[in-house]
Design a protein around this ligand. Structure first.
Ligand code: GLN
Length: 212
């Protein structure tokens, strides 16, 4: 059973903790480097990225998070989590740092200050069974994605038409929206699938090393 941590410094931690076991993963909270070291994957929830980053720094987690991402840990970031995974930010305080790892430029609160929340049907690459009902709450979008980044979904129609709201790069997945708030488990399922594949690959490498 894959053990998936949920970064539990701030934000909608509980919804992710409830969703993951429905997909056969064990969900645990992560607040300390030791807890991070014990998980097979991590979810960074929605919330307020500036606060989450400050808390991560205070808990001594920023360095370990960067190391974990560099080491191939699968991480899924929703909304504020997407911001945390971005290499570059727009409309962020000058001192806002990120964990990074995703070669994207993310604009915070991109859907407009007057539009606090917005809902749309978004087709996600790798998610079968029709579009995902996407709930955006003071959400970011991906303004620019590097060559190695797979665009999984874009808004269709309205003022945000064509904006990138779901991406993947290697073991990192990020969405602007909050599937954990809608009861639709398909995005989490996509992520848990990536986690299982990663674990299977690692097991293969370990077995090879033992034989070698
Ligand atoms: N606006 C928030 C931020 O900048 C993200 C909003 C969310 O996670 N729902 O961190």
């Amino acid at each position: 059973t894959p053990v998936v941590g949920v970064l539990a410094l701030q934000g909608d931690v509980r919804e992710h903790l409830a969703t993951l076991p429905e997909l056969g993963a064990e969900a645990v909270t992560v607040r300390r480097p030791g807890e991070l070291a014990a998980v097979d994957a991590l979810v960074v929830p929605g919330g307020e990225s500036t606060t989450m980053t400050k808390l991560a720094a205070r808990f001594g987690l920023l360095g370990p998070l960067r190391d974990a991402v560099a080491g191939g840990l699968p991480v899924y970031g929703s909304c504020a989590g997407m911001i945390m995974l971005a290499d570059r930010l727009l409309d962020a305080p000058a001192d806002q740092v990120t964990v990074g790892g995703l070669d994207v430029t993310v604009r915070r609160n991109a859907f407009g200050r007057q539009v606090d929340s917005f809902e749309s049907q978004v087709e996600i690459d790798g998610v079968a069974g029709g579009p995902v009902h996407a709930v955006f709450i003071r959400a970011p979008w991906v303004e620019q994605a590097g060559e190695g980044v797979q665009v999984l979904g874009r808004v269709v129609g309205g003022p945000a038409d064509g904006r990138i709201v779901a991406v993947r790069q290697g073991n990192l997945v990020a969405t602007s929206f909050h599937p954990e708030l809608t009861g639709d488990r398909r995005v989490h399922a996509l992520f848990v699938d990536i986690v299982r594949r990663h674990l299977a690959e690692q097991a293969g490498v370990d077995a090879g090393n033992e034989r070698g």
